[in-house]
Design a binder for this molecule. Structure first.
Ligand code: DLL
Length: 433
């Protein structure tokens, strides 16, 4: 079998649009009658659920923002009584209240279905042994992957994140074939294994399914080479139901959106206008099968491009490019927009440094300045201050040449940057302190 769900994954566009329209109609009626926030938002623009005649009418509806979730914390956007809720996840959030994600039984079944499609497309099969090193708990990564891999019939090891040495021992002893974690934690595991003298390349490990944070194609290649695996991807967010909303396939050039469950749009983040396919902007999702908390036109703040094209894998599901970054991570330096991912791509091309870095934003007078601390490779560090200064200058030049702005690069000693066990913190904004 080539697909987990051939009918949906290869459905011709016309059929998919029909299915989406039916599901969207049901969902608009569902939220209008049950959630005061949505009744208010729809009434404010004079829209009744029965006004939906075609998919394009969706653009007449207002957006839902993260602040709507905060203002209605914890269950104000829940469309069913808590008696019908069987699971509640939450994203921690560094400031303010967490974001909650309630599920009914059918929401949980659909999530599992999405995760099964995701893992199957990544090449995972029932005879695989999956080490699930996503954080287990409130975070959707752990249980989402657990459910999906269990549905496939894999042997799942719910090890959760952390205790990296134990991860490596389990990987060796249990003959693990699939690793599930964030890309930066995969790098941490690869590095620790090298220090322990364990050659991951010689182990049976063959696939990783990574996600939950932005990572560049350069980072994917680095992980693939260091571990000798295919590094595949999962995308999703707590508010919309967790990982599995979009996933990549053998083509590894974009992620297919589970369109029977989510309608994706890309908008201009400033004007809110829907952008044509192929243009880069902010990703917006409408969940059309969820029942506990189906968000309408939810602004993710993730930046990408949508493409409808024939994929070599045969799936017809719309594709989104690898997430470029988050609009709230975008730095504006001297009027130039810079995403951390652009800096990462350049750093990963430099042999003399490790893929471990932190970007520090400072203010000097009225000007914003970027400083990047990046780890020297052991050989570079051992070669002494002259070599270090040379590499710093070379990296500064490369960045100026490609991004067009100057930033101060500082090579720091090997192993001096804190290793990630989940989502890495790559930017420290000292302007906000
Ligand atoms: O990170 C869900 C998830 C778990 C996805 C495991 C994939 C794997 P949150 O904690 O709510 O949910 O964070 C959601 O993480 O808006 C993106 O900014 C970012 N993100 C998630 N997956 C990717 C990815 C989970 N593949 C936020 N590439 C999203 C880039 C990602 N960013």
């Amino acid at each position: 079998m080539k697909y987990w769900n051939e009918e949906i994954e290869t459905m011709p566009l016309e059929g998919m649009r029909k299915l989406q329209l039916e599901n969207l109609k049901k969902t608009l009626e569902w939220v209008y009658g049950r959630i005061p926030l949505y009744k208010g938002k729809f009434d404010a623009v004079g829209f009744k659920p029965e006004d939906l005649k075609e998919l394009e009418d969706l653009s007449k509806l207002p957006f839902t923002a993260r602040t709507d979730l905060r203002d209605n914390y914890p269950f104000g956007l829940c469309a069913v009584p808590l008696a019908e809720v069987i699971r509640i996840h939450a994203s921690s959030g560094t400031t303010g209240k967490p974001i909650t994600g309630p599920y009914t039984q059918s929401d949980l079944d659909q999530w599992t279905e999405c995760m099964a499609r995701n893992l199957y497309a990544a090449g995972v099969r029932s005879n695989d042994i999956c080490q699930n090193a996503y954080g287990m708990g409130l975070f959707t990564g752990g249980l989402g992957f657990h459910q999906g891999a269990t549905r496939l019939g894999c042997a799942v090891i719910p090890i959760s994140s952390g205790q990296t040495e134990r991860q490596i021992l389990v990987m060796q002893d249990f003959g693990v074939t699939v690793l599930l974690c964030t890309p930066t934690y995969a790098l941490t595991i690869a590095e620790r294994a090298e220090e322990m003298g364990v050659k991951i390349k010689d182990l049976p490990l063959r696939i990783g399914v990574f996600g939950a944070e932005p990572w560049t194609i350069a980072m994917r290649k680095e992980i693939e080479e260091r571990m000798g695996i295919n590094a595949m991807e999962a995308y999703g967010l707590t508010e919309c139901g967790g990982p599995g909303m979009a996933f990549d396939c053998v083509a590894q050039n974009g992620l297919h959106v589970n369109e029977d469950q989510f309608i994706a749009e890309v908008i201009d983040p400033v004007t809110g206008e829907v952008l044509p396919l192929g243009e880069k902007g902010e990703l917006v999702f409408t969940a059309i099968q969820r029942r506990a908390m189906p968000l309408i036109r939810y602004r993710t703040r993730d930046i990408t491009t949508l493409r409808r094209e024939e994929c070599e894998c045969g799936r017809t599901l719309i594709k989104m490019d690898k997430i470029y970054g988050r609009s709230d991570d975008m730095l504006i330096i001297g009027g130039v927009n810079v995403f951390p991912s652009q800096i990462e791509s350049i750093l990963l091309e430099v042999r003399e440094i490790e893929p471990q870095y932190v970007i520090i934003v400072k203010k000097k007078g009225y000007l914003d300045q970027l400083h990047v601390d990046v780890e020297a490779r052991q050989e570079t560090y051992d070669a002494g201050p002259k070599k270090i200064a040379e590499v710093e200058k070379m990296v500064e030049g490369k960045i100026r040449g490609i991004i067009g702005i100057g930033m101060k690069i500082r090579l720091v000693p090997p192993k001096s940057i804190t290793r990630s066990e989940g989502k890495a913190k790559r930017v420290i904004d000292e302007r906000k302190m």
